[in-house]
Design a protein. Sequence first.
Length: 174
Amino acid sequence: MLVDMDVSFPTGLMPGAHTGKIVIETAPFDVNPHNVLVFLEIVDSWAGGSFFRNAGHVLQAKTEVETPRGHLAFQEYSPEFPHAEYTLGYAGRPGGPQFYISIMDNIQNHGPASQGSKTEADGCFGRVMKGKEVVDRLKNDWGINKKGFHGDDMGFLNSNDEMAPIQLKIHNSN
């Protein structure tokens, strides 16, 4: 399944175009069914959200959605769909509805036996198929330590005006 993510860049803080599009391909349903189902529920219930954190290894998005589950019921991870660069995973344990895009190989940071767990891993549910240049622009030109942006030492921005709003919808192949 393909999902479109339209990104709006903070005007006045980033040079160039004010919008960009990322096309996400979900993980195979037979590999990560719970992760994919929850993400599709997030897309279906989308009421808004924004990238609000550039942590140097992930771009984290907060959501304004209420899904039937609200978040993952359990950790689901498959080595067949690891946290490679340009993949999407859930923030938190068990995770969701906040998610992130990995801006580097994150198998060590978010894969099995990471973040203090001996067995758990963040759920990985999709990958960027188109729009890697949009992800790279966020990685390189947006967030704390970038001119005009203010946040904390964990990469969280302080102001809604500095965040990058996103819209999600099922991809229209036309």
